[in-house]
Design a protein around this ligand. Structure first.
Ligand code: ADP
Ligand code: MG
Length: 340
């Protein structure tokens, strides 16, 4: 059985890289980091709890990837450049095979986005992983939840509903392994939209990453509407939105696999997409589309911001009101937030 220090040394200590901005990583009482003179520090934390944020059967490597990816996605949604992270790991046992897989998945996500692991904490208990991530963004250039304006076009990156469909089909075995494997990757190995977030910062009025489902996260943008995107002020003129469900972008695997009666619900409320939802002035949509196309990221218009508060869903049947808040999307403390 590994002790705590051997475990850190074997699986995590080598992940500390350095740059001019990271002076001291793992091994001391705290890490030392310098924020570049022209930048602000963007910092976020997210916890993954076994059985709640990932199915119990998820591989250690996928858990490692996802624990970091969900945090990188939050930095992406701020338009920040991810730089470092800390890892608070609670483990039932020091299982070397599990740790090897976990640290590989974590390191792979860190390498893709050039992040350094600079510290953490290791304790025994029910499996839970907390990552705190930091990155740089120029003052005034961040992409915040505040600032959506009536008349703005609502756009999303990538495709929606893949992860929710994968979760639903977890125990379904049939002939189409390739499509199901692709969908499962969307659930277990999300790709945070870092470059897209940075390209949209300064151009979009507001933005958020879609982790709890489009409707729930769009609700946050509506609550912050009318505010000043670069400061913490405002959000005092709540707006509404109309979303045309026929425009919600679908992957080929989703189209082939999602049953018609649940497809739209999965796209609106499923969660775990880790795509970006942004509000853009109509004249900026072509520029945004072009910038993201250059990065290989599709951007799709799905609706618009309106002055009248509320969320409206448009489909073949016309337009209907949709409630905001706990009734849609994943809310851990709502009556319907039952977990996996
Ligand atoms: P302390 O008792 O001072 O909190 P620890 O013994 O918890 O120190 O940690 C020793 C060093 O190892 C610290 O630099 C800490 O940041 C790092 N560390 C501990 N656990 C982890 C982990 N899971 N991942 C990365 N670094 C870790
Ligand atoms: Mg400690």
């Amino acid at each position: 059985m590994l002790d705590e220090f051997a475990l850190i040394e074997q699986f995590f200590a080598r992940a500390t890289a350095s740059g001019e901005d990271i002076q001291l990583g793992i091994g001391d009482d705290a890490a030392l980091v310098t924020v570049p003179a022209t930048q602000q520090l963007a910092v976020c934390t997210d916890t993954l709890v076994s059985g709640r944020h990932f199915p119990l059967a998820t591989t250690a490597a996928d858990i490692g990837w996802k624990a970091l990816a969900v945090n990188v996605s939050d930095l992406a949604a701020m338009g920040a450049e991810p730089r470092w992270f800390t890892l608070a790991l609670t483990l039932p046992a020091a299982d070397a095979d599990w740790l090897r897989g976990f640290s590989c998945g974590l390191a792979a996500m860190a390498a893709v986005n050039r992040l350094s692991l600079i510290g953490g904490d290791t304790t025994r208990g029910p499996l839970s992983i907390t990552v705190t991530a930091g990155g740089w963004v120029a003052p005034g250039a961040s992409l915040t939840r505040r600032g959506a304006q009536p008349g703005d076009v609502v756009c999303v990156t990538g495709t929606l509903g893949d992860a929710a469909l994968a979760l639903r089909r977890l125990n379904v075995v049939d002939a189409d392994h390739a499509r199901d494997a692709w969908l499962r990757d969307r659930l277990n190995r999300p790709t945070p939209r870092v470059a897209a977030g940075r390209a949209l910062a300064g151009l979009a009025h507001a933005g958020i990453d879609i982790s709890d489902g489009l409707l729930a996260d769009l609700g946050h943008l509506l609550a912050g509407a009318g505010g000043d995107s670069a400061t913490d002020s405002g959000g005092d003129t709540p707006a509404g939105a109309v979303i045309d469900v026929r425009r919600l972008p679908r992957s080929a695997a989703f189209s082939a696999r999602a049953a018609a009666n649940v497809a739209v619900d999965l796209q609106l409320a499923g969660g775990d997409d880790y795509e970006l939802c942004v509000c853009l002035a109509p004249q900026n949509v072509p520029e945004a589309t072009q910038r993201l196309a250059a990065l290989g990221v599709p951007l799709t218009r799905i609706g618009k911001i309106i002055a009248e508060p509320g969320l409206w869903i448009e489909d073949e049947g016309g337009q209907r009101a949709c409630s905001l808040g706990g009734a849609r999307g994943f809310n851990h403390f709502s009556e319907r937030g039952e977990g996996l």
